[in-house]
Design a protein around this ligand. Structure first.
Ligand SMILES: [Zn+2]
Length: 531
């Protein structure tokens, strides 16, 4: 049995890390610790050879450091140059990253903000391989006793320290490495409503109180919908110089990085975290190519529907988001692809990546309508609660089990329905989807294809300009910096509209009108039935 007692304290340039290993016995040449150089583009701590020290019962442990350039990203490893005896103590200063990379990546690396630091353990914890089952205890050495009485000086995905609590413990290094940590010499600023709490080191660019209140309301409604027990969930906010938001999911927590000097789009933030809250409970088990559409579609569906049910959003906001989703899916330049075909494009084009989300969401919305229109008037919530109760009983619930649950309620062949609706491009939501208050009217909308690569929208620099295409003919040039509406705004344009871009020419901002490509398609759009 291996146990790690980990203690952290704040230093001027980063976090002092001391790890005490019990039950870890290494032969000469075995690996005492390793850490990747980058994770998903986020830089990990750059320890020099002599900055990582270890000792055991016999005294200092001689170490050899090496960086391996394997298949994936490089890994830095320390091996012991003699056999170990008894408890091993490793210590090092995890220096915070100070420089910013030009493009955003998930907010994982250890960074300083105000009088504190935040980051994910996987970016600054040096751990031995092969002891994934180890138990751990995490403590903070508080610099100031006064801070303890005023509130937590450290908080992580698993709990908080300061005040009455000083340690967090658990089993499995996988949980520990995915944990996100935020700490400060003063108590960490936060706002809590019920099980939901929001934490920050730099004052965020929006009002945290109503944000947390609405999220807490949504969370409670979800717990009731899924007939599941709520548990504490933390939202960490951190400052980043990049435009827009970048985010990462951690155990029972979520980190959002945003520029504190630009106004935040609170609705996008709400929707994003609500999506993550659904993931806390609802998923199908199985390989990603068989269940990702369900897991992401269900997260989008319930984030929206529960927010409406609870009154966190009004009918108009609901309609605008449903209608945008329908356009993003059914009027995408990739609308005709199968999911297998779209999957090959996931990492090169975000429009392809949206397809499983949108098809999954509208499949579930349509299924809810089918269940309600059935003579026994079932609901989607009933089917979903069966998934969760089977999983709580330890059962595997994958796509086949989902189909069996729905077959049982409807007496139809659900597998074939999913094939047509999700894996292939044929499905369209029926009248009655989202309830009788809303009606579908088919609308012809443009397929947004302005003749440049989709990442031109977020990057604001022209990529993949198609010679002779609409953007080229409008006068845009490859590599040029350009102001554009967001892709969602572009997807909401109508037939005959043009995309208005602005480029700097001779010291002034010149507007250019780009036709949308000329193709159009009929998509479902919803409105209130009385309107
Ligand atoms: Zn998701």
């Amino acid at each position: 049995v291996t146990h790690l007692s980990l203690s952290l304290s704040i230093d001027s340039d980063g976090l002092q890390v001391v790890g005490r290993w019990d039950g870890l016995v290494l032969a000469r040449g075995e690996v005492l610790g390793e850490i990747r150089m980058f994770i998903a583009g986020a830089p990990c701590v750059a320890l020099e050879a002599d900055e990582f020290a270890a000792r055991d019962e016999r005294g200092p442990l001689p170490l050899r450091e090496a960086t391996t350039e394997g298949e994936g990203e490089p890994v830095r490893r320390w091996t012991v140059e003699r056999a170990t005896k008894g408890r091993i103590v490793v210590s090092y200063l995890a220096t915070a990253v100070t420089e910013w990379l030009p493009s955003p990546h998930p907010p994982l690396e250890l960074r300083r903000e105000a009088d504190g630091f935040s980051g994910a353990f996987k970016c600054f914890l040096v751990l031995p391989p092969g002891v994934e089952e180890a138990s751990f205890e995490l403590t903070w050495e508080s610099a100031s006793d006064a801070a303890d009485t005023a509130g937590p000086v450290a908080v992580c995905s698993l709990g908080q320290a300061g005040g009455s609590q000083s340690a967090v413990s658990g089993v499995g290094l996988d949980v520990l490495t995915h944990t996100y940590v935020m700490c400060s010499t003063d108590p960490v600023a936060h706002h809590a409503v019920g099980d939901i709490s929001t934490w920050w080191l730099t004052a965020p660019p929006f009002d945290v109180k109503p944000f947390t209140q609405q999220l807490s309301d949504t969370y409670r409604e979800m717990a009731a919908t899924f007939d599941a027990a709520p548990h504490p969930f933390r939202v960490f906010l951190r400052a980043s110089p990049h435009r827009g938001m970048s985010a990462s999911a951690h155990p029972a927590s979520f980190v959002v990085a945003m520029d504190p000097t630009t106004p935040a789009d609170e609705r996008v933030l709400q929707r994003t975290v609500a999506h993550e809250l659904v993931h806390e409970w609802l998923h199908l088990d199985g390989p990603t190519d068989s269940v990702t559409w369900f897991n992401e579609g269900a997260a989008d569906y319930y984030a929206l529907v529960v927010s409406l049910r609870r009154g966190v959003i009004d009918d108009q906001t609901f309609l605008s988001e449903v209608n945008t989703a329908a356009r993003l899916g059914y009027a995408s330049p990739f609308h005709g692809l199968t999911l297998v075909e779209a999957e090959r494009l996931y990492w090169s084009d975000f429009r392809a990546h949206r397809l499983p989300y949108v098809r999954g969401m509208f499949y579930l919305a349509d299924l809810d309508a089918r269940l309600r229109q059935h003579k026994e008037q079932h609901t989607l919530d009933q089917g979903v609660r069966q998934v969760l109760s089977k999983q709580r009983a330890g059962m595997h619930v994958g796509l086949a089990e989902w189909c069996a649950i729905i077959d049982d309620l409807l007496g139809e062949d659900e597998r074939a329905k999913i094939g047509r609706f999700v894996f292939n491009p044929g499905g369209r939501p029926r009248q009655g989807t989202f309830g009788s208050r809303f009606i579908i009217h088919d609308t012809e909308v443009p397929i947004v294809d302005p003749g440049f690569a989709a990442d031109t929208f977020p990057a604001r620099q022209v990529h993949g300009l198609v010679p002779g295409g609409p953007a080229d003919r409008a006068g845009l040039t490859q590599g040029e910096t350009v102001q554009l509406p967001t892709y969602e705004e572009a997807a909401n344009l109508n037939v005959g509209d043009e995309l208005i871009a602005e480029v700097w020419r001779d010291g002034r901002l010149v507007p250019l009108a780009i036709p949308l490509g000329g193709r159009s398609i009929v998509v479902p759009q919803w409105r209130l039935s009385g309107d």
